[in-house]
Every structure is written in C-alpha cells, then in structure tokens.
Ligand binder design. Structure first.
Ligand code: HEM
Length: 537
C-alpha cells in the first residue's frame, strides 16, 4: 500500500534546516571560538589549581550541569515516531476539520507511546496503562489526540488526579516503585474509589501488558464533539486500531523481560521502523447525535464508561502510518508537548469534568517542564501552520519580531495581525447552552460504577478470566493491610460474585456472599437511539 510516498513533507522540510548534523570541522565553544584542548583544564603549573579564566572549561561543565529537565509528572517513559495520517473519505457532514476533508491529502503526525507510573528509566513491560498521544500537524494548526490504550479512566473528575497519581507513584518515604508489584497506597486509594472499578478490570487484564506499541489500541477516552460547517455538533469517541491486531504479553513474560530487556517495547518500535516495517493504525469514530445525549444508561460525560459497540459501532475514518524515527530522543520525544486543548476548527470539547481539568493541566505542567512560555517554538512542537500574534518575549524566545507594535486594536502598524472570520478558518467555540448554580457535586448520572465492569468481565474468555483473577491475586497479595484486600474483594463482589470468590480464595479471605443487588451489565444492547447517525446499526 501507499506508505512513505504519500507523506506530506512539510513537517520534515520544516525540521531539515534545524537538524544539526555536526559538520566536519574544528571543535568550538558555544559561541564559535575554536578550541585546541578539551581534555586538560587551564591551570597554574602542572600541579596547580584550575583557573576561573578557563572559559571553555566553565562553559563545558555548566552546560553539562544543566542537561537534565524535569521528567513528565506522569507518562515519563516514552518512545516516539513521525508519520502521516490520511482520511478514507470526507467527514464534512460531521466536522469542518480540514485534515478530515480530503482523502487525497495526508497530514504529518508525531506519536508518543508511554507508560504512566514509572520514571524515565523504568522498564517497558510493567502492568500499567499506556499513553498513545498523536500530534497532527494540520494546515489549521496542531491537533493533539492525547489518548491511552484503555477506553476508560480511573477517576471521573480531574480534581482527583493529584491524589490518584500520589497513590500510584512510588511511596514517598522510600521511593520504591509499585508499578510491578503493587503495594498498599494504590490499592488503598482505588478500593476507596468505586469509580475506579471498571478501569481496574482493564488494568488487571492482559491489555495492560502490550506486546508491542505496534499491536496496541488507542482511545481518546472522553466524548469529544465534532462541529460541521453549519455549526451542528455530533458527539464523537476516537479509537485507534493497530493493523497488526491487538496482542499482549503474559505476566510471566513481562517479568522476565523487565529484567532481560527493559527497553523491549521501545526497541521493538525503533527496529520495526528502521527496517521499513512501518506500524499502521486505523482511526475509527463512534458518532452520537446530540438528540441522543441522554439515550444511554450512563453519562456520555463520564470517562469511566465506554459506549458499547453493540449500541454504536466504530466507523473507520482513516489510517496512520509511522515511518520515521526521531533523530534525537531529547529534542523530539522528550520535548514534545501534547495538550488536549490543542484543537482545530471542527473539533470541540464536552463538559466531561476530567477533560475540562486536563485542558488546564497540560500547558501548566509544560511551562515548568520545558522552561517557559516559548516551548511551542521547539522543532517538534512547531506547527506547520503560520503562527502570527502579539505574544512577545519570555525565556527561550527564538522569533525575531520586526514589528513596531505588539497590541490590538492598533492603527499604527500595518503588520498587526487581523482577525479571521469563521469562513476564513477561525476557531469558534461550540455554542452549547449551559445553565445552573455553582455546585461542587457529581451528577447522579455518574453513579453506576459497576455495570460496565461486569460487562467487561462477562465479555472475557475463560483464559482471560483466569489471567485477571491471577493478576488480582498477585497484586493484592503484595498489599500488607488486610482491610484493603477485603475492601477490594467487596468491590469485586459488585462486579461478579464468582470473580470476587476466586480472588478471595487466592488471598485466604472468606468467600463473599452474592451482593444484595447483583449488578449484571445494565448497559443493554437493546437500547434504541432516537436519532442514529450514519454508520450506526
Ligand atoms: C501526560 C493521557 C488524564 C495530566 C499524559 C500523556 C498521555 C496522557 C498520553 C503523555 C503525553 C506524552 O506522551 O507526552 C491521559 C488520558 C487521561 C489523562 C487519556 C484521561 C482520560 C489526566 C488528568 C490530568 C493529566 C485528569 C490532570 C488533571 C497530565 C500531565 C501530563 C500528562 C500533567 C504530563 C504532560 C507533560 O509533561 O507534557 N496524559 N491523561 N492527565 N497528563 Fe494525562
């Protein structure tokens, strides 16, 4: 199939003059002065002290001293690749997003896969969620789809994210990680948070052990909104499907690999691209008409829920090929900055409280991680679309603005950027009507924490169920406090009594009685949608 040859070259063309290929020639300081000796510092006599005057020594050591930047607060370990995306057909009926209009035009992308809990140097094959973040360098600006390999999340509201991450990360007193052998804090937190139950089923399944980033699904998780040229909105969930199929390791393999080849997934991605075996993924969408916002027995704004595919099938809309490894890990994979709020006209948010919080968090963290307000000028982050505004100065400013003025409105400078109309491609926020008092309260429509966990459990083959039970037994077996293990079994009993009994048995706990109100998958495929959109059965 058409692979590398259908790539739009703009991003690589933009990067080319920025690549420092280390031309042949004499060694110099950072300011171009040639250097005759980089092995001996300048000193008084052969055995005397080093001189402050040695500017080459000072510069070399100072630069080295500043090589490290903070790792990402989550998703610190990752691997990235460039590629391109092309839609199968125009999606103009649902979205005005330019990169989804023309099947003959491909859009350059950069993708970063990651683990979540571990630090930069941790092993790849741990039991964890995987990040699947895609930056589309569209003609209308960068669009980031910052997803994971699971379609749901641990919490419903972003305000809990710091608590969740503190519980997941190594314990603060001894910094002993728990990603591989979970300890008390993680299970304490999730056993007190029933909303985590569905996500935990995914985490205890083999989906948490991807065999390869080339064989891993991705999900936008939240319900987003497509908006077409007439301003009509359609709810959308995004799905990436690997063309090689979804394949996982088993726990025993993971543990051995973590010792023998901690770079297993990273190496696999790199090697495949180097040998021309380019990973491919199909992008699919689940589309829900706005009339059907309340047609489900869960809330579309609740990130702990999927839309079952029996209700709304996934419609394939395009294909992505990753065909180029980065030239420099730090410059590209480490400095890339994804953000859920990097949107283009035709793609908008919903009021999902997890998404709303993310829309604040990413820019905020990147301001410190990447050292100030100009990180969008770093080569990997730079849009291929033209950037023009009145933002000025700040640490790391690389743009030279010759204009005399930097404000609007402005009658002095002919160079002042003019405002675009929606017809000329301006982003216009979807005009959703909202009304209500200020409250700190979750909607009751977010309160069913078990039905979809049951749905997941019931969809598993026997051997998959065995792996899930084994994972719960292993992980909870590392928990020192009996009450945390008991609480978890109690939560599982709301999912399935058989599951809870098997886990309890493995932990030496009494078998729980069937929960009073058994909750066996209320998400009934019999639901009929008032206004199904095209492609929906
Ligand atoms: C990083 C996904 C929830 C804050 C990431 C990354 C991914 C991701 C894929 C790594 C990006 C990269 O490769 O550079 C998700 C998904 C979520 C979720 C799918 C839920 C559906 C949250 C929430 C918050 C948050 C609720 C905070 C309120 C962060 C931060 C980073 C990050 C601070 C580090 C970003 C950076 O340093 O550039 N997330 N995340 N995430 N996420 Fe999330």
């Amino acid at each position: 199939p058409d692979r590398a040859d259908d790539a739009v070259p703009e991003k690589q063309e933009q990067l080319e003059p920025l690549r420092d290929r280390g031309e042949d020639g004499p060694l110099t300081t950072n300011f171009g002065t040639r250097v005759d000796d980089t092995d001996n510092s300048l000193r008084v006599g052969e055995r005397g002290p080093t001189l402050l005057e040695d500017f080459h020594f000072r510069e070399k050591i100072t630069h080295f001293d500043h090589e490290r930047i903070p790792e990402r607060v989550v998703h610190a370990r990752g691997a990235g690749a460039y590629g391109h995306f092309r839609p199968y057909a125009s999606l103009a009926e649902y979205t005005r997003a330019d990169f989804l209009q023309d099947p003959n035009r491909s859009t350059p992308v950069f993708v970063r896969f990651s683990t979540v809990a571990g630090s930069r140097g941790s092993a790849d094959t741990v039991r964890d969620v995987r990040g699947f973040a895609t930056k589309f360098y569209t003609r209308e600006g960068n669009y980031d789809l910052v997803g994971n390999n699971f379609p749901v999340f641990f919490i419903q509201d972003a305000i809990k994210f710091p608590d969740f991450v503190h519980a997941v990360k190594p314990e603060p007193h001894n910094e002993i990680p728990q990603a591989q052998s979970a300890h008390d804090t993680f299970w304490d937190f999730v056993s007190l948070q029933p909303e985590s139950t569905h996500m935990l089923m995914w985490l205890m399944s083999d989906r948490a052990l991807p065999r390869s980033y080339r064989m891993m699904q991705g999900f936008g998780v939240h319900t987003f909104r497509f908006v077409n040229a007439e301003g009509r909105g359609t709810f959308v969930k995004f799905h990436w499907k690997p063309l090689l199929g979804t394949h996982c390791l088993v726990w025993d393999e993971c543990q051995k690999l973590a010792g023998q080849d901690p770079d297993y997934n990273r190496r696999d991605l790199w090697d495949a691209i180097e040998r021309g075996d380019f990973p491919e993924y199909e992008l699919g969408v689940q589309l829900v008409s706005e009339d059907d916002e309340f047609a489900f027995d869960f809330d579309l704004l609740d990130a702990t829920k999927i839309i079952p595919e029996e209700l709304v099938p996934v419609r394939p809309i395009g294909r992505m090929v990753l065909d180029r490894n980065p030239d420099n890990f730090f410059a590209e994979t480490e400095q890339v900055a994804f953000h859920t709020a990097h949107v283009v006209p035709g793609i908008d948010f919903t009021n999902d409280p997890l998404l709303q919080g993310r829309n604040f968090s990413y820019l905020d963290t990147q301001l410190i991680r990447l050292g100030g307000p100009n990180f969008e000028q770093l080569p990997v982050n730079r849009p291929v679309a033209t950037v023009r505004n009145n933002q000025r100065d700040g640490y790391g400013q690389h743009r030279i603005h010759p204009d005399h003025t930097s404000y609007a409105p402005n009658s002095i400078s002919g160079g002042c950027p003019v405002l675009a109309s929606p017809d000329a491609g301006a982003y216009v926020h979807y005009q959703e009507r909202v009304d209500g008092a200020k409250i700190r309260r979750r909607s009751p429509s977010f309160s069913d924490h078990y039905s979809q966990a049951t749905l997941f459990w019931n969809s598993m083959a026997d051997w998959e169920k065995e792996h899930i039970v084994a994972a719960y037994r292993f992980e909870l077996g590392k928990v020192t406090r009996r009450e945390i293990r008991e609480r978890t079994v109690e939560q599982l009993n709301h999912v399935d009594n058989d599951l809870a009994r098997q886990v309890a048995e493995g932990l030496g706990l009494p078998a729980p009685e069937q929960a009073a109100i058994p909750n066996h998958g209320r998400s009934s495929p019999a639901l009929s949608l008032a206004n199904p959109v095209a492609g929906v059965a």
